[in-house]
Write a protein that binds this ligand. Sequence first.
Ligand code: C2E
Ligand code: CA
Ligand code: CA
Length: 683
Amino acid sequence: MDERNETESSRAATAGAPAVAVAPHHPVPGRTGTRRLFVTYGAICLVPVLILGAVLGLSYRSEAAARGAAQGRSEATLVAQTAVEPLLGNRPLADGLSTDQTNDLRRLVTPAVDSREVLRLRLRTLAGRIVFADDGSGSHHEPDDEALEAARGETVVRLTHLNADDDDQAAQGPASVEVYLPLEAGTPARRVGVLEIYLPYAPIDADVTAGLHTLYRDLALGLGALYLAIFVISASVSRRLRRQLHVNAYLAEHDHLTALPNRAWFLRQARSAVEGRGRGGSTALAIIDLDRFKEVNDTLGHHNGDRLLSVLAERITAQLGPESSVARMGGDEFGVIIRGSPDPETVLWQLRSVIEGEIEVSALPVSVDSSVGYVLVPQDGEDVDQLLQRADVAMYVAKAEHAGVVRYQPSQNHYNPADLTLVSELRHAIDDGQLVVHFQPKATLANGHIESVEALVRWQHPQHGLVFPDRFMPLAEQTDLIHKLTAWVLDRALADLRRLDGAAFANVAVAVNVSARNLAQRDFSAQVVDALSAAQVAPERLVIEITETALLADPARAALVLGDLHRAGVRVSLDDFGCGYTSLGYLSTLPVHELKIDRSFVTDMAQNPAHRAIVRAIVDLGHNLSLRVVAEGVETSEALALLRAVGCDVVQGYVLAPAMPLAELEAWLLAPAPPVGASVGGP
Ligand code: C2E
Ligand code: CA
Ligand code: CA
């Protein structure tokens, strides 16, 4: 049987359930760290500002040089046009200068050179040969390239020094602007030669640099302001980031509803309490779980549930001394560390009675009990995970035995840690949608019709795969979790039944299993009625399966609930019948509709004559009390034939079909002749 095998494998898998995980601790950088970060950031910001400054400075510099050259060029043009050209005739300079012309030129140039307005002036032929030089220099020079360019009509300007040319023998002179420009004369004007003039660069430079200084100053001021702006912005951004970092660190370790520290914080504190043991007496680690908090939530609403938790958080905090701490572990569970108290148990009892004190919620006085489990460090364990697990065990014992405050004892260890982990995971599994309901059909033997389907819960566990109810239902039944679970299965099963309606199986009923603990709730039938009307399902289409043993746990209470269900029109099936000890007299007074023979008698009835006799007896008993009789665990066609022979009404078992997801069930119901189902109808 595949299903059973999966149960076995999931059982093996759950045995190795992981220990409590510790949330990472988020470090917040200290003051020195922040300062270093800030200085680094400031230095990094400076780099682009400096590069920008250097680029702009260099471009100003070359702009200044260009302006110097332009100024030299216009001065040279002025000299050529106003002073030199008028002295020349209309013949090319290659024909030589007359003595008068030479004298005129000398007269013109000498005062300018003496006053250092001009450093040197030469006239050249269009072939570049020198025909006049104020200082007689260069007559043996080869023609310059610049001179030849000027002869072709270009004006050439260079920033250089006097005597910087290769063939100048004299020592290098002052910085100058060297200009070669074509000379024109005559009418119409034509090019006759080239003027080569050296103008002193110093005055031009002084002029240009004066402008440049202002530019540099503005640049420095601008860049300084830019850097300051970047710095101020980044300082404020980083201040804000730092604040956010603190907020995040706070949020990571606090619960926003109660403003108490959370589980991660508690684990960190517990760890340091355990590491620092021996100092200043013993420490107690306690887990406080509220009893029936879910009922408060359900009846008064989540909003009021939240308010209640906040008030309790304040009370606990106020009650504990400064050396103790409290955290919200999640849901309705608190963790407490009591340090250096000679009698932590008394402290916890006091805490419990403070929690119990009435609280006004929506004008109603509400009081909540709690179950407290605790361990002493170092007496009760070595490491934090083990200690907290043991505190959890003690808490479950306190809850199961209604014992208030319980210290861990090794004898409590039948609550094995894997089970406890599973229970706490189950709590979340319901909200996280990890539970699924599978359906197993039940067929009427007389005609093979599927008259109902039984809802059987499974847990799609993220690590352990599909977990079967026999692994977790007994655990859930030990705690209040069973209420939440039953309510969930009931809602799910009814909602799924509505989906079957759409597929034209409007007369099929659904059977939901309930536990003894569900029956202990006086308003259980009211919850069932609410679920029915919420899902808009007629009461006759719901069967509640209650095991015979659950019924016997508190027969008086169970009889009341059964009566309510009966009046509401819901059918009741007595599950696993034959295992308990129901007196026949009692059975005849109970408003039940159906007996479901325990599968241990059915499965092997073909091989076991005693079981065969029991099955026959139960069928007769049921019929005599006007009850329908169902056989579950029908695995073979032999068993099927025997059941038909003894007049059993309904069968359920692998011979028909195993429990399956809704989608599979729909397909199965639609299949024209289910291979196994066909054998049910009989001839
Ligand atoms: P149960 O109510 O007696 O359910 C019948 C169990 O027998 C199911 O196991 C079903 O899969 C299995 N079964 C069906 N046909 C055969 C067969 O031919 N041979 C054999 N050997 N077994 C068969 P499952 O689903 O593992 O459920 C186990 C028990 O868990 C159920 O026994 C029921 O007591 C409990 N349970 C399941 N779902 C719920 C639930 O939603 N609420 C409560 N309170 N209990 C549940
Ligand atoms: Ca059942
Ligand atoms: Ca059963």
